[in-house]
Design a protein. Structure first.
Length: 350
């Protein structure tokens, strides 16, 4: 099965694929950092602290007490404050803490990541440094960045109104995370294609098994995002059993199996635990298939999922310890990166 990258050939004069590849690795590193900070934002319940989307003026945080009080007053109007933090006695200083993490998350995306992508892209474009066939792919990455910003605000809006829930929609949170991780996959694949081109090689094809490995992994990521959005990690702190049982008690089937599959915290926690081993089995096969041609990718895959499994178990057994949960999300991004690397290596070999 040949991917769109398989249609590209040749190199225009002035093209600098090696330089572009190094630039995209920097972009991938920033995306991983954004995913980690996003985890901190979610775990500290900071995501709803900024109640307006100001793509330009929002870069500057409040600079005096009057501005801080105005932001705090706006926050006091949403359900998270009126139902949870207000009754708990939140002060302005408490609010500044959660504001910082949401502001920093947005700052990383629109200022650091946006600047690091848009300005070099313009420079490479003007200088004619982009190899033939790669301009549409780089514009695609730019589009994914814009989409991620829109999805992020769409997610936040779900927690600002209504009295039924004081957190964002777990479906929108899942969309926000998956767009980020898909962007990381696309960035990694494009960087690797540019490396291959710089060495006189050809871009990778999309193979059936490579695509299967990525799909199996993204199902796990989707389940993990739903678990995070529903705070389902808190329903059990033992492992491998849940509350002393293999099959957890408390699953609500009243809305039907599909509703339970997408909304029940006990069932989603269970599925996230055990689908992980399906992912492990598939990634072991992927790593073995690329071991001879790209040993580093094989080692990266084994290392990433091994650490991720340990972190997942530790996160559950510590009752969702903040630093462990953040590391679990960060290493999850590294699992995505290493799997994309392995799938790419397989696509170059086959």
């Amino acid at each position: 099965m040949t991917g769109v990258s398989g249609t590209m050939s040749g190199m225009n004069r002035g093209a600098q694929p090696a330089l572009l590849a190094r630039w995209l690795w920097l972009i991938a590193a920033i995306i991983v950092a954004v995913v980690a900070v996003g985890g901190i934002t979610r775990l500290t319940e900071s995501g709803l602290s900024i109640t307006e989307w100001k793509p330009v003026t929002g870069v500057v945080p409040p600079l005096n007490e009057a501005q801080w009080q105005a932001e705090f007053d706006a926050y006091k109007q949403i359900p998270q404050y009126t139902q949870v933090n207000g009754p708990a006695g939140m002060t302005l200083e408490d609010y500044k803490f959660i504001y910082f993490w949401e502001w920093f998350h947005r700052f990383l995306v629109r200022t650091v990541l946006g600047t690091a992508f848009v300005l070099p892209l313009a420079w490479f474009w003007i200088r004619g440094a982009i190899p033939a066939g790669f301009k549409p792919r780089l514009l695609g990455l730019l589009g994914l960045g814009a989409l991620q910003a829109v999805v992020g605000w769409w997610m936040v809006k779900s927690g600002l109104t209504g009295d039924a829930d004081v957190k964002v929609s777990h479906f929108r949170l899942a969309a926000h995370l998956l767009v980020a991780l898909f962007t990381l996959t696309y960035t990694t694949w494009t960087a690797l294609d540019l490396h291959a081109l710089a060495r006189g090689g050809r871009p990778a094809r999309f193979t059936r098994f490579g695509v299967t490995a990525l799909l199996v992994l993204f199902i796990q990521l989707f389940l993990g995002a739903l678990v995070a959005g529903l705070r389902a990690g808190h329903v059990a702190n033992d492992w491998p059993l849940m509350m002393g049982r293999f099959w957890p008690a408390g699953i609500d089937w009243s809305g039907g199996p599909v509703h339970a599959l997408l909304n029940d915290p006990f069932l989603l926690h269970f599925l996230h635990r055990w689908w992980a081993w399906v992912v492990v089995a598939v990634l072991v096969v992927l790593a073995r298939r690329v071991r001879k041609d790209c040993r580093r990718a094989s080692v990266a895959i084994h290392s990433a999922f091994g650490v991720q499994i340990i972190l997942g178990i530790a996160t559950v057994m510590t009752g969702i310890e903040l630093w462990l949960a953040v590391l679990h999300q960060l290493v999850g991004a590294l699992v995505v990166l290493s799997t994309a690397w392995g799938a790419h290596a397989l696509g170059r070999r086959d």
